[in-house]
Write a protein that binds this ligand. Structure first.
Ligand SMILES: NC(=O)c1ccc[n+]([C@@H]2O[C@H](COP(=O)([O-])OP(=O)(O)OC[C@H]3O[C@@H](n4cnc5c(N)ncnc54)[C@H](O)[C@@H]3O)[C@@H](O)[C@H]2O)c1
Length: 383
């Protein structure tokens, strides 16, 4: 072989492992769980806290670090989708760089909803080519979804999560006390993601929601059954994410509700929360599934009834077939040229389809508009 013909193969395997752990009273001064990751003595922490969480938990959080003699820089971040920006990402980086931390054993701590943990995760993955971080979700959306996986991101060029990375946290600590101060709309926003898991993979979770969902919404998941629903949701989410952490397989059950929602939330960002857009998508997808005989009339009615029973409003006034179709086309591009749309196949199961056409979407929208539940022969009107 001549010297010009050489080639080199580089291979390296990195094991990923982190715990998602229920940790009640995380900021009680005697609870040392949060400081179990990283250096304990003579140590610093860069902490980013959601502005609304600061309102309620500021004293507890500050007392905690003082009690443990940790030199903590606490930065307050204003959440909401409009703040998931490159500017805010850079602002946090500047604050961090001015502090700064030891890059191996002083993990950044992110305390907030999905917006905050996504932005701070991206900061952690890019600062000095990666520093450790810990997530403490404070919204239901964060608790059962955003904090559980390894995706980070910020919105860019008017596209959601266009910049981001896959960055595993060192640890995720779950303390449902934070849900107590969450407005009801935000609770329901997270419930939509629980509903997603129930419809496409967990019939028991679906039944639990049918019998106890509304009470859990009222108690903000503080009761025993609420805790079980949260645990089941996280378990289901991890079961789906773990074998496909880097999304090599683009046919993902957890994308149920995430095909048409993309266009809806981009177009109606001032009016729809993420979960609310996901809900519209799940309903349209379920109507499509019924039309293809993947769901029975009774099963479709159960889904409608559950949504109504939970007190979630379906904003069908924001839906148009063109918007849904454009979103499907964008997601097809995102999913490497195939639609890969998960549709429910019975309650608790799902299948993937690649051939949804515009006419099907049009008739699904019509049904949604009239709030009709289609039977094979009878058209039953539900107001
Ligand atoms: N990384 C992922 O895998 C993943 C998964 C799902 C969603 N997400 C992302 O999550 C984001 C949505 O997250 P979100 O719904 O948590 O939104 P969010 O982070 O904007 O929080 C919603 C609102 O709740 C407030 N809040 C947070 N905790 C509170 C508390 N304990 N008490 C009172 N108010 C509180 C916030 O200030 C904000 O106003 C989206 O950007 C979405 O893309 C990411």
């Amino acid at each position: 072989m001549t010297s010009g013909m050489r080639k080199w193969h580089v291979s390296y395997q990195r094991t990923i492992g982190y715990e998602v752990e229920n940790c009640p009273n995380i900021f009680h001064p005697q609870n040392t769980a949060l400081l179990s990751v990283g250096k304990r003595e003579n140590t610093r922490r860069f902490v980013v806290v959601d502005g609304n969480v600061e309102k309620y938990f500021s004293a507890e959080i500050r007392n905690y670090f003082n009690a443990h003699k940790v030199d903590a820089k606490i930065v307050t971040f204003r959440s909401g989708e409009e703040n998931k920006s490159v500017d805010n990402y850079l602002w946090i980086l500047r604050e961090l760089d001015a502090f700064p931390i030891n890059r191996r054993d002083e993990p950044i701590i992110a305390i907030g909803g999905g917006v905050l943990t996504d932005v701070v995760g991206f900061v952690a993955s890019s600062y000095r080519r990666g520093v450790p971080h810990i997530k403490i979700p404070t919204t239901l959306m964060g608790y059962i979804d955003a904090s559980v996986g390894i995706k980070t991101g910020v919105n860019f060029n008017e596209n959601k999560n266009r910049l981001g990375s896959f960055e595993p946290p060192k640890k995720v600590f779950l303390d449902r006390v934070f849900l107590k101060t969450l407005p009801k709309r935000q609770i329901l926003n997270g419930v939509c993601e629980i509903l997603k898991l129930a419809i496409i993979k967990d019939p028991m979770l679906f039944e639990l929601l049918e019998s106890h969902g509304a009470a859990c919404v009222d108690s903000k998941f503080q009761d025993e059954i609420g805790g079980s629903i949260l645990n089941l949701s996280i378990e289901g989410m991890i079961e789906e994410l773990e074998p496909n952490l880097f999304e090599e397989n683009l046919a993902r059950k957890v994308d149920f509700g995430h095909t048409f929602s993309y266009g809806l939330e981009t177009h109606h960002d001032a009016q729809l929360l993420h979960g609310e857009a996901v809900l519209i998508d799940m309903i349209v997808s379920s109507i499509l599934a019924k039309a293809r005989n993947l769901l029975s009339c009774e099963e479709l009615n159960r889904i409608f009834d559950l949504v109504a029973g939970l007190g979630i409003v379906i904003r069908n006034d924001l839906v148009s077939p063109e918007l849904l179709w454009n979103s499907l086309e964008e997601r097809t591009y995102h999913r490497n040229g195939l639609q890969r749309v998960p549709l429910p196949a019975g309650i608790g199961n799902c299948t993937f389809v690649n051939d949804i056409n515009f006419e099907e979407i049009q008739s699904a929208c019509k049904i949604l508009e009239n709030r009709m539940v289609i039977d094979d022969t009878v058209y039953e009107y539900r107001s």
